[in-house]
Design a protein around this ligand. Structure first.
Ligand SMILES: [Zn+2]
Length: 239
């Protein structure tokens, strides 16, 4: 099976694309977001990483060619940064496929170690309805160690050229959970901080008191009119 078969995508408008791993049928399946900017594109979360997400993005024509400063006209690929909203396996498994990887400082060590306790790696054969390769077994699956190229903190701004994503440290579900806020467009990429369904606050590095504070920040964002759409975990629509 090629990478082209493994994923599906849908343009949501405004330079945002929803991407899904088609054959991972599980309530844990995380959405993958591609956000395109005038200077740089960003992938928010990367799925399990069973097939190459970068290959898919290029094969499906989702990435524009280079041509930015220092690049030959129509030449090299544009900068592509993979940002993990947190290191749980369903979001961080594909990070190793990218040259540039960003994660919050609180989980950078877990990613560097390939700490499959903190990444909460749990995958069964029945959830992967088409094996990515002959003889593949879920027991082999691990989040691979990755050296982050960008270690994020609260308030950092990821500059895509014509859009900026502000990092909000929102611990509770995990200690390094972040949301990415496009202030100009009032869009929040929320990772597992908020989604359809009951909130998960009982994982190894979950902390309920932090989650309460995080929820208060979320409510304030909405009350102040700073967020009108959220790109969530389970529901692929930005809404
Ligand atoms: Zn999670």
């Amino acid at each position: 099976m090629s990478a082209l078969d493994w994923f599906a995508h849908k343009p949501l408008g405004g330079g945002i694309y929803w991407i899904q791993e088609r054959f991972y049928e599980s309530g844990n399946r995380a959405n993958i977001w591609l956000v395109r900017g005038s200077q740089r594109d960003v992938v928010i979360d990367t799925g399990l990483g069973l097939r190459s997400l970068p290959d898919y993005l290029h094969s499906a024509g989702l990435l524009r060619p280079g041509g930015g400063p220092g690049e030959a006209e129509g030449g090299d690929r544009r900068p592509l940064l993979a940002v993990a909203t947190h290191v749980h396996f369903d979001h961080a498994g594909g990070l190793h496929q990218f040259d540039e990887v960003a994660v919050h400082s609180a989980e950078a060590g877990a990613l560097l170690r390939g700490d499959n306790y903190e990444t909460v790696t749990w995958l069964s054969d029945s959830e992967v309805v088409r094996p990515p390769s002959p003889g593949w077994s879920a027991r082999q699956f691990r989040v691979q160690p990755v050296q982050p190229t960008h270690v994020l903190q609260e308030g950092d701004v990821i500059n895509l050229g014509d859009r900026q994503l502000t990092v909000m440290h929102m611990p509770g579900h995990s200690r390094g959970s972040i949301c990415l806020h496009d202030r100009d467009r009032k869009i929040l990429f929320s990772g597992d901080v908020v989604y359809d369904g009951s909130m998960i606050d009982w994982l190894p590095y979950s902390k309920i008191s932090d989650y309460v504070t995080t929820c208060e920040r979320l409510i304030e964002l909405v009350d102040r009119g700073l967020v009108e759409k959220a790109c969530l975990h389970l529901d692929y629509e930005c809404r």
